[in-house]
Write a protein that binds this ligand. Structure first.
Ligand SMILES: [Zn+2]
Length: 246
């Protein structure tokens, strides 16, 4: 099966079908070592249903008069959830009609019937559908918190040739890494480190952090030494005044 079809099936399934979610758990033994234990396994609904649940949480949290007394109590992402559901519902219905299918009642129904007919569609349409489904899935993952934003690495980008003409990147605050350590990239020059190469980047960051720690320590020592010298001069001056006065 082509990658396009795999992506389409994967994304459609994530959007429409319940799946098992494992929450990792740990316990600490007598020696305070962290040990993994059996994860909690729960069945979570498809992403579209999760978005509906998130949107609903906000709309039922007001008091009986329907007036919301504490607007800040809305869960984060609720507005995003509402607009993404609208985009998916409309987009899936439009796409179903565009490929000649009868529109279903739900976004899930439309997505499933589109996937059911996918192999009969031309490759341009398949690519469009792939892009739509993957974008919806990605946005849903972010809104629902399944996907955590990457972490920023504190080191300048080590890329020595960012443009093919030997211009180093060296940008600061632009290196971001996946939380599981599986990859990283520079948002300035676009360099990507994958599972095989990311170790070298982490090594660069480690060295940079240690070097800057050492530099900071040297700077502190210079200040300490200067202060000690000032104190010595002041002490000497006081001593001289004492002896002169005596
Ligand atoms: Zn860079």
């Amino acid at each position: 099966m082509s990658d396009t079809l795999t992506d389409i099936l994967d994304s459609a399934e994530a959007l429409t079908d319940p799946r098992q979610h494992s929450e990792p758990r740990y316990e600490w033994d007598a020696n305070r070592n962290k040990k993994p234990v059996d994860p909690y396994r729960t069945i979570v609904p498809g992403l579209i249903q999760q978005l509906r649940d998130l949107a609903e949480e906000g709309s039922t949290s007001g008091d009986e008069s329907g007036v919301r007394s504490v607007p800040d109590s809305r869960p984060p992402g609720e507005f995003d959830a509402v607009s993404l559901i609208a985009a998916i519902t409309f987009g899936a219905a439009w796409r179903a009609g565009q490929v000649g299918l009868k529109a279903r009642d739900t976004a899930e129904g439309n997505i499933r019937s589109i996937v059911g007919t996918i192999s009969t569609l031309d490759s341009d349409t398949q690519h469009d559908i792939r892009r739509e489904l993957m974008s919806w899935r990605r946005q849903a993952d972010v809104i629902l918190g399944w996907e955590q934003p990457p972490i920023e690495l504190v080191a300048p980008c080590p890329v020595v040739d960012a443009d093919g003409y030997g211009t180093p990147c060296g940008a600061r605050g632009t290196l971001v890494a996946q939380r599981d350590g599986s990859g990283a990239r520079c948002v300035k020059c676009g360099a990507v480190w994958d599972e095989k190469t990311v170790g070298m980047l982490f090594e660069h960051v480690r060295r940079y952090t240690e070097a800057s720690k050492a530099a900071a320590e040297r700077a502190r020592k210079v200040i300490r030494d200067a202060k000690a010298e000032q104190r010595r001069i002041a002490d000497e001056a006081r001593e001289r005044r004492h002896t002169e006065a005596a």
